[in-house]
Design a protein around this ligand. Structure first.
Ligand code: S3P
Ligand code: PEP
Length: 461
């Protein structure tokens, strides 16, 4: 059954460990940047190992509306001719569904185009502080208006003919406005200075943006929180897309939660993202031993037990794996504390608070941590638990919440029913097949179960 057809999934308790060889998707953040840079280059670019998720597909469709041309496309390779500065305004609104990254970066691309571009996101984006951080558009000489309605976040951007100047970006709640402004800055008409003020989150993603821009010929000088971008063209580039470390987190999560585990990720290519490096260190501390063989391109994951009695995690630079860490935390021997993750509540749903609520329903105990101003910004556990599960939990319209709750369900005595599998195409379309390959039994809720399940769970079907 294709995951697109399934909403509720009953994850059965794991009785015989998780073992096997799996593959994970290529990196969504690298793919999204590669698509944008290919659009902004005025020569053909090649994307090797394209990471096709619904979000990167939406971005690619948007790039075509702006004028990118597909020269060749197969499973392994995409060749695209960009427009450089001569992109035209799209004839139809540019749709970004629930992707704030696509919305913000396409709004930035629209600044380069004289004429009007309409960018549209779905209702979930109205609940997020997406338009709050678009000041860079007007600062650099373009204009935008909010023309949202009850069901869509929608803006009209009118590109500037003399794009240049200085903008100050608030980096405390999301890194994406910095990435958006940086990506288009080389194609402005004059120098662009981008500064930020405040403690940044997701710095690894900004570093990735800079690295990929520079590889493609952009002239960016950085001095602490200030970037000076001088006009330059993006040249043609071959982008080799690495593995997606956030997708990896759900496989590693299964290893951490189930413990009796020996899993190999085939075709694994580290991404160089500092967020990934930090996450790998955290996995080691939580007792997941990872051995990377760069020649065979495999990553072997086994459970060895945490190195220390308590593990402290700073989540500022690892926003995407915070829900996975919440799912893992109740199942490891160590006391786990995750701090500085208030920004993760600005994601597709308030990811920290919904994980604490839904994990609570499964019977997990995580204590919320608050900042001095009362804002939820972390959680802590007191060691390994044996939660019952056996209830239905909700993915809150968010692919990452679905996979994180499914990860926790693997460790619950009665498994759980998790709603939201239809969201998987956003980043990890083959996730349920990966579970199957690991020996996990799951079935669409409401259908005949593959094995007897406790009465408490049956009652929910
Ligand atoms: O630039 C990117 O590709 C991303 C940046 C981060 O966004 P925030 O800084 O808004 O958390 C991250 O959470 C998101 O999944 C991907
Ligand atoms: C990048 C993500 O989200 P967004 O772009 O909506 O912040 C994500 O959920 O993987």
């Amino acid at each position: 059954m294709s995951t697109a057809q399934v909403g509720k999934v009953h994850i059965h308790p794991v009785r015989h460990g998780v073992r096997g060889e799996v593959r994970i998707p290529h990196s969504k953040p690298h793919m999204q940047r590669a698509v944008l840079l290919s659009l902004l280059a005025n020569a053909p670019s090649v994307i090797v190992n394209p990471a096709w998720s619904s979000e990167s597909r939406d971005l690619f469709e948007a790039a075509k509306l702006f004028g990118a041309d597909v020269v060749h496309e197969d499973e392994a390779r995409l060749v695209v001719t960009g427009t450089g500065r001569s992109a035209g305004p799209p004839a139809t609104p540019v749709t970004t569904a629930g992707s704030a990254f696509n919305f913000r970066t396409l709004a930035a691309v629209a600044c380069l185009i004289p004429g009007e571009t309409v960018i549209e996101g779905n209702a979930s984006m109205r609940a997020r502080p997406v338009t709050r951080y678009l000041n860079f558009i007007t600062d650099l000489g373009a204009r935008w208006d909010d023309v949202s309605d009850a069901t869509h976040l929608r803006i009209k951007v009118r590109g500037g003919s003399r794009l240049a100047g200085e903008t100050l970006i608030d980096p405390r709640h999301s890194s994406q406005a910095l990435t958006a402004a940086l990506l288009v800055a080389p194609l402005a008409d004059g120098e662009v200075r981008i500064r930020y003020d405040g403690e940044p989150v997701g710095e690894g993603y900004v570093d990735l943006t800079l690295a990929m821009m520079r590889e493609q010929g952009a002239a960016v000088e950085r001095s602490g929180p200030s970037f000076l971008v001088t006009p330059s063209a993006y040249r043609s580039q071959v982008h080799l897309i690495a593995s997606d470390f956030t997708a990896l987190s759900y496989v590693a999560g299964a290893v951490a939660v189930v413990r009796d585990a020996d899993v190999t990720v085939a075709g694994y290519r580290p991404s160089g993202l500092s967020s990934e490096k930090e996450f790998m260190e955290v996995l080691g501390a939580l007792g997941v031993h990872c051995r990377h063989d760069p020649v065979a391109r495999t990553l072997r994951l086994r459970h060895t037990g945490p190195a220390a009695a308590s593990v402290e995690i700073d989540g500022r630079n690892m926003p995407t794996v915070v829900p996975t860490l919440a799912a893992i935390a109740p199942f490891v021997d160590a006391k786990v504390t995750v701090r500085d993750v208030a920004h993760v509540n600005n994601h597709k749903c308030p990811r920290v608070s919904v994980m604490l609520t839904e994990l609570g329903r499964l019977g997990c105990q995580l204590t919320p941590l608050h900042r001095a101003d009362g804002l939820l910004d972390g959680f802590t556990t007191t060691g390994r638990q044996s939660p019952p599960g056996g209830v239905a939990v909700d993915g809150h319209g968010d692919h990452r919440i679905f996979m994180s709750l499914a990860t926790a369900a693997l460790g619950c005595r009665m498994g759980a029913v998790v709603d939201g599998a239809h969201l998987l195409p956003a980043s990890f379309p083959g996730y349920l097949d990966v579970l199957t390959r690991l020996g996990v039994h799951w079935d669409p809720s409401g259908r005949q179960h593959l094995e007897p399940v406790p009465t408490a769970t049956k009652a929910l079907m």
